[in-house]
Each structure stands twice: as C-alpha cells, then as structure tokens.
Design a protein around this ligand. Structure first.
Ligand code: EPU
Length: 418
C-alpha cells in the first residue's frame, strides 16, 4: 500500500494551480446519461473518483474517452441501467446515476451505499424526491429498484434537509420530467450551479440554481454540449491553509475567491495576510502568531465541511482554544485522533472538537481514514518536526490530483513510497 513520507518544517513558497472540481465533474459526467449525444467536459481532474465514475458510465453502456483533462462521453445506448455494489461501495457518488437513468430509460437499479467513515450518509432524500416525481421504488437485496414506465412527472420536492448530491440527482431527474418541478430547500453549492449550467447548455430549462429554490421546466429530450468544470474550491482552500500554516507565502491560481469567502474570512480572522489579484489568484501569508478561531461547518456559503479537517490542523498552531463544530456529518473527526498522535491537544465533545494550541507537532506514523482527513494529516506533516508517514493515501488520491507533486514544486519535502 502506498504511503506519503513527509519531512516537516519547510515553508512553502511559489504558486500552485487549482485543478477542476471533483465534486462538480462527477455529476456532470452522470448528466451525460441524459442524452444520446456526446457531452464534452474540460478541466476534469485526474483523481480516482473520476476514473470510478468513468467505469460506471462504461458499464452502463456509454463510450467514455479521456484525453488529458478532456472527457468525451457518449451514452448512445443505455445497455445496463445499474450502479452495482462493487462501484457504489468505493464511491457513494455513484448514486448520481439514479436520477438520470430513471429520467432517460424509466428504469434504474442502484446499490444502496453502506456505512461511511464520516457518517451514516443515507440516500433517503434522493428516493423520496424521485417518488414525488412519480417513480415507484422498492428496496431489495441491498439495491434500490426504481421504475417510471410512463416517464417522470414534475412535482414539488421540499428537501427536509439540504443535500448536495440529492439536489443534483433530482435536478437531473426533473429536466426530462413532464411538466414543472420545484426543488425547495435545494443546495446552493457552486457544484450544483455548475451542473445546472451544463444542463442548460444541453437544452434544459432551469431557473434559480445557486439559490434555495430551483424551478425546472421539463423538456422531452436533451442534446450534447461542451462545458468546462469549475475549479476545485476545496483543493484551493487546502493549499491556501498549507502555505500560510508553514509560515511561507503561497499563491493559488485558477480558483474562484467567490467560492471561498467563508474560509478567506476565517484565515483573515486568524491573522493571515491575504491578497486577491484581479485575475482571482489568491495569496496567503501566515502571521508569526496565529489567533484561535472558532468554526462551525455549514452548507454553502457557510464554512465547508470539506475544509474542517484542514482547519483543525491549522488550529493546532494557534495560540489559545479553538472550537470546531461539525454540523453536516455526525462522525467527521477521525483525523483528530491522528493529530493527537502527532502531539496535538484535541478533545472531542459530541459534534465539537476543542483544540488547545499551540502545540509543537512531531512527525509520526498516521493513518488516513477519508479524503479530507488525509489532507489534514499532510498539512500537519508539513509543520511537524521530523518525519511523518501517512498510510492509506489511496484516500487522498480519490480527490486530490498529484498532491505530492504540486506540494513538492513549492518546497514541501513529500514523497510517495510503496
Ligand atoms: N443526508 C441524508 N439523506 C440523504 C442525503 C443526505 O440524511 O438522502 C444527510 C447526510 O447524511 C449528511 C447531510 O445530509 O449528514 C448532507 O449530506 P449531502 O447529501 O449534502 O452530502 P453528499 O451530497 O453525499 C457532497 C460531497 C461531499 C461533501 C458534502 C457536503 C460530492 C460527490 N460529495 O456529499 O464531499 O462533504 O456534499 O458538502 O459532491 C468530499 O469531497 O470529501 C466529500 C465528502
């Protein structure tokens, strides 16, 4: 199994370019199932989850061609409208196939995701929403069987809680439904807006994406389109924290500062010196003394749960007590225990983590438990004394494109070993 070896204590300097957003590319790829015409996606990141989605689409019957960051997907025929357990268990976002398959063919069989390192993460809201659009759904042998023989019908879907992929799944179902659909309490994440932009290019009628109410007027069919995926705000945020935390000065290019307001505000509050160029390039420099700053995760535009673990690594370097409250997932503090092994002083009280700083971190062998937890361990390793060995880096490969190469180029001592 591959590991990362990190020698800490080297400030990062230079410029890092942001890749395309994994969490925007995944639904965009699933959207290609809605048409028999080619959908061309640019700026798709080279990460493992994208390869998993490509495999899923190919199994379903689509032709998938990857040339660098450009994917051409043509679902001329749907051979097998199914997302099997083998793929869903490695990537929950496979459930994004449910809405488009049902809308296109009136049939879908998608494995129920099992447990997850960060919380229960059921897909009940996807299922309830599809039922509101007239689908008949039963669960059997670990699979969701969905049918809509006469096609889906528009309806009102009031999400009882905000769900990102749930909103995306229902949006993809609604674009081919007969009549108007209203998604209420919809997710406002930039990834939802990006998906809507692609769907509109394919011929869909959508209003309000990026707000809490999305109105869709169904159309009988969609066509092909070409679209560039938005930059990955979580990758960009991870690098901004990394640069500032190591006491260096890092420029992050190609990202959208308007997708990162909550993080930028917190970095400033903690004492970082931030500047944003007209091009959108962001530059962050850490203070000599970090101030403790409390953070509570929230749906967009709040502080992203996908940056919580990285923020916790930073808090270990702040002078005083920082309280981190995780409001989206019930068990997203696995990294805390690993950070403690490196010398951090962190106490977990239910959904709150209390970080007492500043603690000197010392390199240790640690275990990556999920994607963002792994990123926080990389950040901790960059400031720790001595050598940190991070095991199970396949988690980080799910969502960060060549992170060790990008960090090495700006001065980090990090390498991948078998
Ligand atoms: N939830 C339900 N029922 C549902 C759907 C969600 O109870 O049917 C709950 C979840 O258990 C969770 C909350 O609602 O407690 C929000 O979950 P959401 O559905 O928004 O999460 P997701 O769509 O499964 C996406 C990202 C995650 C990111 C979350 C929150 C993708 C592919 N994944 O997951 O990304 O953390 O939104 O922003 O877009 C990551 O990239 O590391 C990652 C985990």
């Amino acid at each position: 199994m591959e590991k990362f070896l990190i020698h800490g204590g080297h400030p990062l300097h230079g410029s890092i370019c942001t890749s395309g957003a994994k969490n925007a590319a995944l639904p965009a790829m699933a959207a290609a199932l809605l048409t028999d015409q080619p959908v061309i996606l640019n700026h798709v990141p080279h990460v493992r989850d994208i390869r998993t989605m490509a495999r899923l689409l190919a199994d379903i019957g689509a032709e998938v061609r990857a040339e660098g960051e450009r994917y051409t997907i043509c679902a001329g025929q749907i051979r097998n409208p199914e997302a099997p357990y083998e793929l869903v268990k490695t990537m929950r976002a496979s459930s994004l196939a449910l809405g488009p398959l049902l809308a296109r063919t009136g049939l879908a069989r998608v494995s129920l995701p099992g447990g997850c390192a960060i919380g229960a993460r059921p897909i009940n809201l996807h299922i309830h929403g599809l039922e509101k659009l007239g689908a008949r759904i039963r669960q059997e042998h670990g699979y969701v069987h969905a049918e809509a023989p006469g096609g889906l019908k528009g309806g009102v879907i009031p999400f009882e809680r905000i769900t990102v992929t749930g909103t995306e799944d229902l949006l993809m179902a609604a674009v081919l439904a007969d009549g108007e659909t209203l998604l209420e309490n919809a997710a406002r994440e930039p990834e939802v807006e990006d998906l809507a932009e692609l769907l509109v290019k394919m011929g869909a009628h959508i209003e309000g994406a990026g707000t809490g109410t999305i109105r869709v007027r169904g159309v009988p069919r969609l066509g092909g389109a070409e679209h560039a995926i938005i930059p990955d705000r979580i990758e960009a945020g991870t690098f901004l924290v990394a640069g500032a935390m190591t006491g260096g000065e890092l420029e992050v290019t190609g990202a959208r500062p308007d997708h990162l307001h909550a993080l930028l505000d917190k970095l400033r509050e903690a004492g970082a010196d931030l500047s944003i160029a007209a091009s959108g390039a962001m530059r962050a420099r850490g203070p000599t003394r970090w101030a403790p700053v409390d953070v509570a995760t929230q749906e967009f535009p709040g502080f992203a749960t996908d940056l919580q673990a990285q923020w916790m690594a930073l808090c270990t370097q702040a002078h005083g007590v920082s309280v981190i409250t995780e409001r989206i997932f019930e068990n997203r503090f696995m990294h805390a225990l690993e950070l403690v092994r490196m010398g951090a002083d962190i106490t977990i009280e239910g959904s709150r983590a209390v970080v007492q700083g500043k603690t000197a971190l010392s390199g240790a062998g640690v275990l990556a438990s999920d994607l963002r937890a792994s990123a926080s361990l990389v950040l901790a390793g960059l400031v720790a004394s001595g050598e940190t060995v991070i095991d199970r880096v396949y988690h980080i490969d799910r969502g960060y494109e060549k992170i060790e190469e990008k960090l090495s180029r700006v001065g980090a001592r990090i390498r991948r070993v078998e």
